[in-house]
Design a protein. Structure first.
Length: 174
């Protein structure tokens, strides 16, 4: 499902990606539908697990998936003091999530641009959601400041919005 990039090499060479600040995460939670309570979360493309751990510390049972084995190893090491099974990391893409697993909240941060079959990806996501679930996609867009230096990580805003609206009843952009 994900383009053929050796993501482990990024992490083996000391690379990582920008983490969400606590205030950014709080802002995201404030945009969730009123009364929604995220008890379970899936972090797709979790990398070294910072967002996964932040969600866990906010009370969620969380699964982080990432195709980069090295990133998962780093995430597991950073989470070694958490000894219960409410925080799990899997070295896989979304296919590593069993068909019966459902989540209140699904995050997809800096991943969507690399998904080859976006329609299938979104269908798979929906199969892991309850009717009340929220899906949060964070991605830079073409034309933004970052697109000048890293256009490969950016999505076309209008196209992505169109793809999302085909699959979800309600779509918000921020």
């Amino acid at each position: 499902m994900v383009s053929d990039i050796n993501w482990s090499s990024v992490y083996e060479n000391g690379g990582d990606f920008r983490v969400l600040t606590p205030s950014e995460l709080t802002d995201i939670f404030q945009h969730l539908p009123k009364g929604s309570l995220a008890r379970s979360a899936l972090d797709i493309g979790c990398g070294t697990g910072q967002l996964t751990r932040d969600l866990w510390f906010r009370g969620c049972s969380v699964k982080g998936v990432d195709p980069a084995l090295k990133a998962i190893e780093i995430a597991q090491d950073a989470s070694s003091r958490i000894s219960d099974d409410s925080l799990v990391y899997v070295a896989s893409d979304i296919s590593g999530v069993t068909s019966t697993e459902r989540y209140d909240l699904i995050f997809c941060k800096l991943v969507f641009a690399f998904i080859e079959d976006k329609e299938n990806f979104l269908d798979t996501l929906k199969s892991h959601m309850y009717p009340h679930s929220s899906f949060i996609m964070i991605s830079p867009v073409l034309g933004s400041k970052i697109s000048k230096t890293k256009p490969f990580i950016c999505v076309d805003h209008d196209l992505a919005l169109e793809q999302l609206k085909k699959k979800f009843d309600v779509v918000y952009t921020y």
